[in-house]
Write a protein that binds this ligand. Structure first.
Ligand code: ATP
Ligand code: MG
Length: 417
């Protein structure tokens, strides 16, 4: 037997309704906020992620599915959505349109991680990006979209953690401070963080190793070292959230895993998740478009991990949707009725009635048992007499009541609807 690859999951029919519910909520919330859907390739040129996500990140250093294709190109399965959207924004000259450009995506992502609860190698994200919004209100707009999405799904007890990680100006001075601080603990840092110390000391704050995170606890915080512009931006962002009554907590330790972030960063967490508690991560990345060769353009977005969202929704009893049951089961006896039944379900389906019939050569008794299993609302049994008289007994499977009906798809559809 061949099994699914480690870290992947089949989304089974029993779970499909909840996936559809989530996808519909995403489409609807985005429509209300004026965000348009975009679909980009599952694989991209490896250099897109090296530059767009950042060489010093865990994602690029350890987690990418990278391979050479038959033409000798280095290809990577997308580990996230933002870099691809930024590429597409540049490639399709979206900056020529009136700004901002508001986009959203529902995608699968690939990261070579150690599979565990809430951590897969193939997982799914709903994310949005707003490019070219220069006003401070953009940050509030993006954060509120995320909160509205969760609210629409009925998800409760989420925590919005907010921070600012400054701009290249204040980050530079801060990085020097940080470097000086970590220098004293250099021998204790993990091997990855030793190189981070030289290239990007802020990454150490995001390290998952126990020793490194312990050391990082007392490190200087970016939020206390913002330049005046960044400070003002952060104050404005929180002022919008206060006005909208959106609760948040300022968490100075959020730096986000990806290199391209500037200023606002946020994570939405849930106690229902255990160790992998973050269901949504986002922030501003003003340098990204330029880094990828485009004109300087502001950007801000977030991504929600859908498997983690479903874990929360299951814990909160929000996954009770069923796939809509069968409206009518058409049972038949004999060859004539067999053909008639096939035509009848064909016609009923055209009239938007979910009609089923037996495809396994069952006896009438077994067909009725099967109709029960399908949870069919109505059933009807056809034999030669019914067809000759153009009349049959329609049974309401909930109440057990039966009544005579004319044997046409239109008449049946009228009653069932
Ligand atoms: P983590 O700290 O948990 O590794 P991250 O910072 O790497 O998360 P992002 O790159 O911000 O995650 O991705 C956004 C969201 O996608 C996460 O908040 C999470 O919900 C989800 N996610 C990330 N990696 C995985 C994974 N391997 N399996 C399932 N969901 C994931
Ligand atoms: Mg990660």
């Amino acid at each position: 037997m061949i099994n699914k690859p480690r870290g992947t999951e089949d989304i089974l029919p029993s779970d499909s309704p909840i996936w559809r519910k989530i996808e519909q909520a995403a489409h609807e919330v985005c429509r209300l906020h004026g965000f348009k859907e975009i679909r980009t390739p599952v694989f991209e040129d490896t250099s897109l992620f090296q530059r767009g996500v950042g060489d010093t990140t865990d994602v690029v250093q350890k987690e990418m599915y990278t391979f050479e294709d038959k033409g000798g190109r280095s290809i990577t399965l997308r580990p996230e959505g933002t870099a691809s959207l930024a590429r597409s924004f540049i490639e399709n000259s979206f900056y020529a349109n009136p700004q901002p450009t508001k986009l959203y995506y529902l995608i699968s992502c690939y990261r070579y991680e150690k599979p565990q609860s809430g951590r897969l190698r193939e997982f799914h994200q709903f994310g949005i990006e707003c490019f070219g919004g220069t006003s401070d209100a953009t940050d509030a707009e993006v954060i509120t979209l995320a909160m509205s999405f969760f609210e629409r799904l009925g998800v409760k007890n989420l925590k919005l953690n907010l921070n600012s990680i400054g701009c290249p100006v204040c980050k530079k001075a801060y990085n020097e401070k940080l470097k000086a601080y970590f220098e004293d603990y250099k021998d204790q840092l993990c091997e990855t963080c030793k190189t981070r110390l030289e290239k990007n000391p802020m990454r150490i704050i995001d390290c998952k190793s126990e020793v490194c995170s312990k050391i990082a606890e007392k490190a200087p915080k970016m939020i206390d070292n913002l330049c005046d512009d960044c400070k003002e931006h952060f104050e404005k962002t929180t002022a919008y959230l206060d006005a909208l009554g959106i609760e948040y907590e300022i968490n100075p330790d959020i730096v986000r895993g990806l290199d391209y972030y500037t200023r606002t960063v946020f994570e939405i967490t849930s106690d229902a998740l255990g160790a992998q508690s973050t269901v949504c991560g986002g922030g501003r990345y003003n340098g990204l478009i330029e880094e990828l060769g485009g004109k300087p353009t502001e950007g801000i977005g977030f991504a929600v991990g859908l498997e983690r969202l479903i874990m929360i929704m299951k814990a909160q009893g929000l996954c009770n949707d069923n796939d809509s049951a069968t409206d009518i089961f058409v049972a038949s006896i004999g060859d004539k009725a067999d053909i008639f039944a096939q035509k009848l379900v064909y016609d009923l389906r055209k009239l938007h009635i979910a009609a089923e019939r037996d495809l396994c050569g069952r006896s009438v008794k077994a067909q009725m048992k099967f109709a029960n299993k399908l949870n069919s609302k109505y059933s009807i049994v056809l034999g030669d007499d019914e067809i000759d008289n153009n009349s049959a007994k329609l049974k309401n499977m909930d109440t057990g009541e039966s009544f005579d009906v004319e044997l046409t798809a239109e008449k049946l559809a009228e009653i069932i609807k």
